[in-house]
Design a protein around this ligand. Structure first.
Ligand SMILES: Nc1ncnc2c1ncn2[C@@H]1O[C@H](COP(=O)(O)OP(=O)(O)OP(=O)(O)O)[C@@H](O)[C@H]1O
Ligand SMILES: [Mg+2]
Length: 341
């Protein structure tokens, strides 16, 4: 067993993923914390999600990240350290923490990451940053330095991050505020229109996971409980896969439109390379069956699917931690080596 503890940390808006090199394990938990009263932690991670939309009056449910950025430093710190405690008994000598971070981080955000990391038994930890698109590229096994032009699209909880990688540089990076939460909202609104039933976000999330299918139109349905929009009374309803999938398809077409707008603005020689190399998609939303083929049809570019789905970024951090030759892609908070041209 190695003496120095090394962790990879991907603090996503929806969930936190942690790679523990010493145990060779990856955990994923909802990025949520439930407080009872002002500062009494009641539950964290998946336990906190259990009370999502069922929160009693004396409790508050907090999601510390918003749109891929740190929103509440104190709560993010609490979530991270309580989850880190789950991965092992002790932090070891001078632990090393690799964080995946956005490309356009502000000075304040850099400090926030460091302040969140260096708490309690991690007070003496060393912090290193890896920009998310690079982590994704390593997870996909791309030869980053030699790539002539590849587009990476990460479909997360609240955002879709689009990056173009060319010869070891991110030449274009754009974040659009459409992600899995928007898909849930679209399902809520679609069910309200089609079935005259108001359902919760949590229920929409479940419907999306069980019924959304962009590859075929299965004639499946799912019984859910909701509130009748006319009578205002609780009732059950059967929601079809068709309803859910068409809501999802509408949002996916919005994402495709944004990607196409970006593609139209890039130089023709890079467009030509992308036509050859294709677009790599990753993130939790790509678990929806047929997402790759659907985007391929909408974009008219070849689309490849990451086999790691929402674990792509953390898998990339793992690659960097486990392979010495990739470590140059990690940098100390006061330094910035790789980035946009
Ligand atoms: N099987 C599934 N089918 C459909 N959607 C899914 C599935 N599993 C997860 N998702 C969705 O993926 C989204 C979370 O993806 P991911 O974990 O990549 O985001 P994140 O890293 O937490 O957020 P971000 O990168 O935007 O900060 C959620 O909206 C979730 O509902
Ligand atoms: Mg993410």
């Amino acid at each position: 067993m190695k003496l120095r503890h090394v962790y990879g940390i991907d603090m996503g808006t929806g969930s936190v993923k942690i790679y523990d090199r010493n145990n060779n394990s990856i955990i994923k938990e909802y990025n949520m914390i439930a407080l009872r009263g002002k500062d009494n932690v009641f539950a964290v991670g998946n336990d906190a999600y259990d009370i999502f939309e069922k929160t009693p009056e004396n409790m508050e449910l907090i999601t510390p990240m918003s749109g891929g950025r740190i929103q509440n430093v104190l709560m993010m710190e609490a979530v991270l350290h309580l989850l880190l405690r789950k991965t092992g008994r002790f932090a070891g000598y001078s632990p090393l923490l690799y964080f995946s971070v956005p490309l356009d981080m502000t000075e304040l955000e850099r400090r926030a990451y460091v302040s969140i990391a260096q708490k309690g038994r991690f007070k003496r930890s060393r912090v290193l940053f890896v920009e998310k698109p690079f982590a994704d590229a390593f997870a996909l096994g791309l030869p980053v330095e030699d790539v002539e032009g590849t587009m990476l699209v990460n479909l997360g909880a609240q955002n879709t991050e689009i990056s173009i990688l060319c010869k070891g540089q991110i030449i274009i990076n754009r974040t659009i505020d459409i992600g899995g939460d928007r898909l849930n909202a679209a399902v809520v609104s679609g069910v309200r229109k089609k079935n005259s039933l108001t359902i919760s976000q949590r229920c929409a999330h479940r419907l999306k996971i069980t019924l959304a299918d962009l590859a075929k139109d299965p004639v499946e349905g799912c019984k859910v409980a909701g509130i009748d929009t006319e009578s205002g009374l609780p009732r059950d309803g059967i929601i079809s896969s068709y309803t859910v999938s068409s809501c999802v398809r509408e949002v996916v077409s919005e994402i495709a439109l944004e990607i196409r707008r970006l593609l139209e603005r890039i130089p023709p020689q890079i467009q030509a390379v992308l036509q050859k190399e294709g677009i790599w998609i990753s993130g939790g939303c790509t678990r929806i069956p047929g997402m790759d083929r659907c985007l391929e049809g909408m974009l008219d570019y070849p689309v490849h699917l990451s086999e790691h789905f929402e674990f792509t970024t953390i898998q990339g951090l793992k690659e960097i931690i486990d392979h010495k030759e990739l470590r140059e892609y990690a940098f100390a908070p006061q330094r910035r080596k790789y980035g946009m041209l």
